[in-house]
Each structure stands twice: as structure tokens, then as C-alpha cells.
Design a protein around this ligand. Structure first.
Ligand code: GAL
Length: 416
């Protein structure tokens, strides 16, 4: 037995050495389908045009918003088995989980070398930095507070103007339901989507200024606006599909495409998905900011970083430099349904939806997403996600509000 274990150990080490010696590049993400994979594949293809000898290993783990990937990644990182580079959200998900514990290499010089350091919005560079060093390359900016809708159904329910208030929005959801459609499709088989909806309702009710202050400890969670947000969520839940807990985000978006649901509130990766299904923005589907959030842009940014002890460090550096180029960003983002993180990208490559998003990104208040890793540490986001997921079933406003206060207190946020 002992000998068997030694032989096995030697085999592992030998395999590790062969793997490391190979001209490979292991890229970890959760982009496995429904619009996301297409964007990633386009990046791989372009990278291989520049570096044809590098064998890319796609280590993607399925599950929207990194439901499964994040846990796998953390185990690998803590176990000393990092991929060469990995997808990570700008903000606390990067800094709190990986940078502060000392698991990442700074990449400031690398960005400077390729002349990209000053090509990103300062606010974005700030949230991928720690103690003056940059730790990841932002590849995109997604907007989380968007409602996508089926234009044909909109016509049938007499929607002549996109709703800007809850009253108008709920009226259309009700009309759609009365005509036999699902008002707003939800797919919370993976729990994050219910917090995705709730955080934007919270943004609407608090307003971006107060919402942003929560994360700096300058505003309290004990605010009637948060309680109101729960009541509004409850109103909206009257119009979701009965099978929501069996569906993923793609399934829910697809209900809009299939003419089963009037709308879906989602980040604009749903735009990428609808396009891969063959729809054109403005033609078959329309969009609007979730009512009450017209003046805000809930930001989600995907970035890639350089873990310490990356097995193919040289290739990882090539990859990161590549991601920082206008060409890579303008190849990826029009497919992914996101806008480029670089400010000097070629706007003409982007469709009408993305141009709308670009304009709003440069003119509206920017607020960090909780569930997509920017605003708060993972422990807070996960606890809140569980509370909101329970709320979807129980719909007890007072109980969930109390729970939110406990979670905030546990995480050292203000509650008075
Ligand atoms: C987000 C991510 C997006 C998209 C989405 C759904 O967290 O930033 O790029 O992939 O999840 O999976």
C-alpha cells in the first residue's frame, strides 16, 4: 500500500512537471454557455492568432455568476494549485479574497508596459488596486440593473412608453399576466438571481448616493428604504413564473425569447445571450433601466489576474497584456453583451443597446453590485443571498428586514 502511494505521488509530480513544462495556458472562468462561452472562445481564437503555439486549457466551471466556479477556484488557490489566470470580479471579490491574503502578483508594471495603465476609468482601476498596485485587468463593464423585454408582447399589452415608476411597471406586469404571459421571468435555481433583482430594487429605493455610502460605512442599513425595497420585491414576485426555482438565468431569459414571458430583469450578459439566440437589440427585444434606477449604473466588471506561482507564468503575462488591448476588448465585448473597460475602444463596433449602456456609464452614478463581488466581502454577499432567497419563498418583509440588519451588523456595517 505504502509503495503504491509513493508511486502515485511520483506520478502526480511527474504529471505536474510535464504539465508545467508544456507550452500551455490554463484559463479559469464560469463562462460555459448561453452567450458567455462565445465571447470567451472569440478571445481564445484571437490570442492564438498571436501565439499559435500556446495551448489554451479552458478550465471553465459551469454555473451563472460563478455559483460553482468560485468555490472550486478558492480551493485551488488555497491548495497551491492555481490556474494561470482566472476570471474575478473587480472589487472586494478580488481584493478581499485573493489580494489581501497574499495570493496574487501585482500587474501595474505590465499595464504600464503596454501603455494601458491610463486607458481605464480611474474608478475601475481603483477597485482592482490595493495599496497602490493594480491586481487585475478589467475586460468589460456589465450593467446589472436592466429589464429586457419582448417587443411583440409589449405591443400586445399596449406598452407605448417604457415604465419609469413601480406603478407603471407593475401595471404592465399585470397586463401581461392577464393576457396569459409571465410578467417577469425569474430563474433562481442558482440563488444569486434573487439577490441580483433585490440589490437593484434597493438601489432604486435608497438612491445611488446612499446605496454607495452603505459600503463605506457612511450610511445605515436601518433605513425604511430597504424595507420598502422588500415590499416592492414582494409585489414583483406576484408576476414571476411558478417554476422559477427550477430554472437558471439563461432559462429565464429564454422565456422572453420564446414569447412566454414579457420581461426578465438581468445583467446585460442577457443581451449577449439573446443575440446568440438570433435576436437583434431594438428589433425583437427592448430594454430599460429597472424603474427608479434610471440615474444609476449598477456595475459588474469581469477581470483577470495573475496568481502567485502560476504554472505558466510567461503565458499568463502574455494573456493579461493581450486582454488589455483595444483589439481584445473590442472582439470580446460586442459578443458578451458588455461594454469595453478601456475608454478608447472603437464605439462603432457596438450595437444600439451597448451604445446606450456606454452613454449611461459615462453619465450616470456608478454603484457596485453586491452579488457580483464589487461592493462587499463574499461572506456578506452570501449571507444576504441566502436571506433574500428565503424571502422569495416566505415573503415576510419584517422578518427579512431584521435578518438583513443582523447580517449587516455581523459584517461591521452600520445599522443605526
Ligand atoms: C456575472 C459575470 C458575467 C456573467 C454573469 C452570468 O457574475 O460578471 O460576466 O457571466 O455572471 O454568469
Amino acid at each position: 500500500m505504502k509503495r503504491f502511494i509513493i508511486v502515485l505521488g511520483i506520478m502526480f509530480i511527474a504529471f505536474g512537471m510535464v504539465f508545467a513544462a508544456e507550452n500551455a495556458l490554463e484559463i479559469f472562468s464560469w463562462w460555459t454557455g448561453g452567450g458567455e462561452e462565445e465571447g470567451l472562445m472569440a478571445l481564445f481564437k484571437l490570442f492564438n492568432q498571436y501565439y499559435p503555439d500556446v495551448k489554451i486549457i479552458n478550465a471553465a466551471v459551469a454555473g451563472g455568476a460563478g455559483t460553482n466556479a468560485k468555490a472550486v477556484l478558492k480551493t485551488r488557490m488555497l491548495g497551491g494549485n492555481p490556474p494561470d489566470s482566472f476570471q474575478v470580479h473587480a472589487g472586494m471579490e478580488l481584493t478581499d479574497t485573493y489580494v489581501i491574503p497574499g495570493l496574487m502578483e501585482p500587474i501595474t508594471d505590465l499595464l504600464k508596459e503596454v501603455g494601458a495603465y491610463d486607458k481605464f476609468p480611474k474608478a475601475l482601476i481603483d477597485i482592482v488596486s490595493y495599496k497602490g498596485e493594480v491586481y487585475s485587468v478589467p475586460v468589460n463593464v456589465h450593467r446589472a440593473n436592466v429589464v429586457f423585454y419582448n417587443k411583440e408582447i409589449a405591443k400586445k399589452i399596449g406598452m407605448t412608453k417604457e415604465p419609469t415608476t413601480w406603478t407603471e411597471f407593475l401595471m404592465y406586469l399585470d397586463k401581461a399576466q392577464k393576457m396569459g404571459y409571465v410578467g417577469i421571468a425569474l430563474g433562481d435555481k442558482n440563488k444569486w438571481t434573487s439577490l441580483h433583482l433585490f440589490e437593484s430594487i434597493m438601489l432604486a429605493e435608497l438612491g445611488p448616493e446612499k446605496y454607495n455610502k452603505l459600503w463605506k460605512g457612511e450610511a445605515s442599513f436601518n433605513d425604511p428604504a430597504i424595507k420598502r425595497a422588500l415590499s416592492i420585491m414582494k409585489d414583483i414576485l406576484k408576476y414571476v413564473n411558478a417554476d422559477h426555482s427550477a430554472l437558471t438565468w439563461q432559462d429565464a431569459t429564454r422565456m422572453v425569447f420564446e414569447g412566454k414571458a414579457f420581461s426578465n430583469m438581468m445583467g446585460d450578459w442577457a443581451e449577449g445571450y439573446l443575440k446568440t439566440l438570433g435576436w437583434k437589440p431594438g428589433k425583437e427585444f427592448g430594454w430599460f433601466a429597472l424603474p427608479g434606477t434610471q440615474n444609476a449604473f449598477m456595475l459588474v466588471s469581469d477581470t483577470f489576474g495573475l496568481p502567485k506561482n502560476a504554472p505558466h507564468r510567461e503565458n499568463a503575462i502574455k494573456w493579461l497584456k493581450f486582454l488589455a488591448t483595444v483589439e481584445a476588448q473590442d472582439t470580446f465585448n460586442p459578443i458578451k453583451g458588455s461594454i469595453p473597460a478601456r475608454v478608447d475602444a472603437d464605439k462603432s463596433k457596438y450595437d444600439v443597446y451597448l451604445q446606450w449602456s456606454m452613454k449611461d456609464f459615462s453619465t450616470k452614478a456608478i454603484s457596485p453590485s453586491i452579488i457580483h463581488g464589487s461592493a462587499a466581502p463574499e461572506a456578506f454577499a452570501t449571507a444576504l443571498m441566502d436571506a433574500i432567497n428565503k424571502f422569495v419563498t416566505e415573503q415576510d418583509v419584517n422578518k427579512t428586514f431584521k435578518e438583513i440588519l443582523w447580517i449587516a451588523e455581523d459584517n461591521d456595517y452600520l445599522i443605526d
